[in-house]
Design a protein. Structure first.
Length: 242
């Protein structure tokens, strides 16, 4: 029988032309979205798919629709922090959503605002004398080409939510190539460490936070006190809204 598709699946090569690319879920040979290719984010807040001489790349726009960009650097941390404490102002993310990454499941993940999450984490930490290394690292990140008073200076970056990291994994092969083109491709974990993961600003409960496996894109949750045992290392991928 013929596959019946929702009207949202409307794009194919006939109406998605030029530099635009087909993305999202598909049905009957048609896709949900037709978007511009990934672009570099520059310190002057402009975007381009090209490497422009004399300008400084500070990120990659992984989600143009929501104006989200990931930094071209990553930061090693000593864990999420606050083990045993459930931050009262930070709504918990159900752990039932954890498991193998599935592209179409993004909309099922709530508590999406990583910047708001980060602010709540840091505010609670300051008020109670508790260190939250992952959120602090993201908040304090500042590219060398951004001044402290600029839109991309310290305080404007944040620890992303699970929902905000989804498009990163949708496009990670392209991101690898873009990082390599500007000599920012890390050589210590992308292909050599199976269990390298990035933490998110989602809180599961008093003892667990959200994290996502870098290499496989697996959605999961782990102890807030995890640091660097054996082959497991923690990193932060700072995000910014441009």
């Amino acid at each position: 029988c013929k596959e019946v598709c929702d009207p949202k699946f409307q794009y194919d090569s006939s109406n998605c032309t030029g530099d635009k690319v087909l993305t999202g879920n598909s049905c009957g040979g048609k896709f949900e979205k037709c978007i511009e290719p990934l672009q570099y984010l520059y310190s002057d807040r402009t975007l381009s798919a090209e490497i422009i001489p004399g300008k400084s790349v500070i990120g990659i726009a992984v989600d143009p629709e929501n104006r989200l960009a990931v930094a071209i650097d990553y930061i090693m941390t000593t864990g999420w922090g606050g083990y045993g404490i459930d931050i009262p102002t930070l709504e918990n993310t159900p752990s039932s959503g954890a498991g193998v990454y599935v592209r179409g499941e993004r909309d099922s993940y709530l508590i999406r605002d990583g910047k708001a999450n980060t602010a709540k984490i840091l505010a609670y930490g300051r008020s109670n004398g508790i260190s939250y290394p992952a959120a602090e690292a993201a908040y304090n990140y500042q590219p060398g080409s951004c001044s402290s008073s600029s839109w991309c200076g310290r305080g404007n970056w944040y620890l992303p939510s699970n929902w905000q990291v989804f498009p990163y994994f949708d496009n990670r092969a392209t991101i690898h190539l873009m990082l390599k083109a500007i000599n920012k491709m890390p050589d210590d974990w992308w292909y050599t460490r199976r269990d390298f993961y990035t933490v998110t600003s989602n809180e599961i409960n008093a003892k667990e936070s959200g994290f996502i496996y870098i290499n496989t894109g697996g959605m999961a949750h782990g102890g807030k006190n995890l640091t660097e045992p054996d082959n497991l290392q923690t990193l932060v991928l700072p995000y910014i809204t441009y």
